[in-house]
Design a protein around this ligand. Structure first.
Ligand code: NAD
Length: 359
């Protein structure tokens, strides 16, 4: 049966980088005789411009029906002044919660070819391979009540609610322990249990779940220390599991250890393995339309999609090897460029990956 992939290019550099990933998916489909369709829909700012809302009903219906989703990125200054209820990011958060994509896997792997692109010393980051498991549909980004109110004295006050239920913590902890079993068998749970009651519960529940995984070593770390340790000695970590907001921040820091946020894919999975795949970075409005964005995170997200949701492991391996070969050839987009390398555009990078696949 034909598998269906919903493609959501989004805003900013989204359409540029997704175009390259789609070409790669078309090439491996042809080469390996795979049977999947690629259909596009609107999400984020482009959807607001066309329909008035960031997540049109039609996009949501297509997302629910698809076997997997490939997303570029959403958002940009054009829509920043809109009311928060219809901002582009609402479309992304809406699709994650409507599809119950609660488990966000963000690998931070340093390609040996890019050790020089990291701002950290090569000996600190060489061989880095960590996985951040971020809870994606709960926590302070979704908690109610939320808003901005005016107090009796006329002063405005902003407020959000940080809330996690036991079941939400349990299921993300299981994703982390299961992932650790396939890797270095270590989970570090990151919280702020010295200050926030919600994360006191987080810590307790993670410890309960850990009893089901006696072969995996569990440790705990406060988020401020975790931020420090990530830049001091990142190789101490194998799998980090944390809530939505802490994971958002720590995964960007981990991304930078690898040299560029433009290299890192991510997966957001539901309980059945259906997922949405997207680069870790945003829509990069500062470079949108210039043809200089790095498409590799999106191409690697497409490879993750083939592996985790569509079951095409060999095709996924092939794409990852093609990316590695292109880096071996010295090709670099501006974000990962260093002296002596060959600077290429978004499209040239896509061309090179396609050529490596066809070689
Ligand atoms: P960003 O990730 O878009 O950009 C941060 C920096 O990294 C910028 O200098 C950008 O040029 C660079 N960068 C990002 N991706 C790159 C790539 N592929 N190649 C080369 N350089 C790259 O984060 P931001 O500037 O904080 O946010 C910009 C917009 O993106 C905002 O509207 C934000 O809400 C949105 N955003 C969307 C997502 C998403 O769709 N998942 C995630 C984060 C931010």
């Amino acid at each position: 049966m034909t598998q269906s992939i919903l493609v959501l290019p989004g805003d900013g550099i989204g359409p540029e980088i997704v175009a390259e990933a789609v070409r790669v998916l078309e090439v491996v489909r042809e080469q390996d005789g795979l049977d999947y369709s690629l259909n596009e829909a609107l999400l984020g700012g482009s959807a607001i411009d066309a329909t008035g809302v960031p997540l049109p009903d039609e996009t949501l219906a297509q997302a629910k029906a698809a076997d997997a989703i490939l997303l570029g990125a959403v958002g940009g200054p054009k829509w920043d002044a809109l009311d928060s209820s219809i901002r582009p990011e609402k479309g992304l958060l809406g699709i994650r919660s409507q599809l119950d994509l609660f488990g966000n896997l963000r690998p931070a792997i340093l390609y040996p070819q890019l050790a020089e692109a990291s701002t950290l010393k090569p000996e600190v980051v060489a061989g880095l391979d960590i996985l951040i498991v971020r809870e994606l549909t709960g926590g302070i980004y979704f908690g109610q009540p939320r808003g901005v109110r005016t107090l009796e004295n006329g002063e405005r006050q902003g407020y959000n609610t940080y809330v996690y239920s036991e079941s939400e913590i349990k299921r993300i902890a299981r994703v982390a322990f299961e992932s650790a079993r396939k890797r270095g068998k270590k989970v570090c749970s990151v919280d702020k249990a010295n200050v926030l009651e919600v994360t006191v519960l987080w810590r307790e529940v993670v410890e309960e779940v850990a009893k089901e995984y006696p072969d995996v070593e569990l440790s705990h770390m406060y988020v401020d220390n975790a931020a420090m340790q990530l830049v001091r000695a990142p190789k101490q970590f194998d799998v980090i599991v944390t809530g939505n907001m802490f994971g958002d921040i720590l995964s960007d820091a981990a991304a930078m250890l690898t040299g560029s946020i433009g290299m890192l894919p991510s997966a957001s999975l539901d309980a059945n393995g259906k997922g949405m795949y997207e680069p870790c970075h945003g829509s990069a409005p500062d470079i949108a339309g210039q043809g200089v964005a790095n498409p590799l995170a999106t191409i690697l997200s497409a490879a993750m999609m083939l592996r985790y949701s569509l079951g095409h492991t060999a095709a996924a391996d092939k794409i990852e090897q093609a990316v590695s070969r292109v880096l071996d050839q010295g090709l670099r987009t501006a974000d990962i460029y260093s002296e002596g390398m060959c600077k290429v555009s978004t499209k040239e990078m896509g061309d090179a990956v396609v050529a490596a696949l066809q070689a």
